[in-house]
Ligand binder design. Structure first.
Ligand SMILES: [Zn+2]
Length: 81
C-alpha cells in the first residue's frame, strides 16, 4: 500500500467524519429539572437557576438577589448544624 493511497483514505475518512457532524441532527435538548430556590422556595429550571456551594452542598436560587439573601443568612431551611 502506497503512502499516497493511505493519505487519500485518511482524507476521505476525515471528510466523512466532518460530513456526518454537519448533517447529524442536534441531540435532543436535556429536559430541564425544576429546583426550589433555597431562599424563597419558588421553583425554577436548574439551567436558569443561580447556584452556589454552601457548606459543601449545592444550593439553587431563582436569582442572584436570593443567593445574596441566602449568603446573609435568610434561609428557609434555617441554619444547618
Ligand atoms: Zn428565590
Amino acid at each position: 500500500m502506497s503512502i499516497r493511497l493511505i493519505v487519500i483514505l485518511l482524507l476521505l475518512w476525515l471528510a466523512r467524519q466532518a460530513w456526518r457532524r454537519l448533517t447529524q441532527p442536534e441531540p435532543p435538548k436535556k429536559v430541564a429539572t425544576m429546583v426550589a430556590c433555597a431562599t424563597c422556595g419558588s421553583y425554577i429550571a436548574d439551567d436558569r437557576a443561580a447556584s452556589a456551594l454552601f457548606d459543601g452542598k449545592r444550593r439553587h436560587f431563582c436569582d442572584t438577589a436570593c443567593l445574596e439573601r441566602y449568603a446573609k443568612g435568610e434561609r428557609l431551611d434555617g441554619p444547618q448544624g
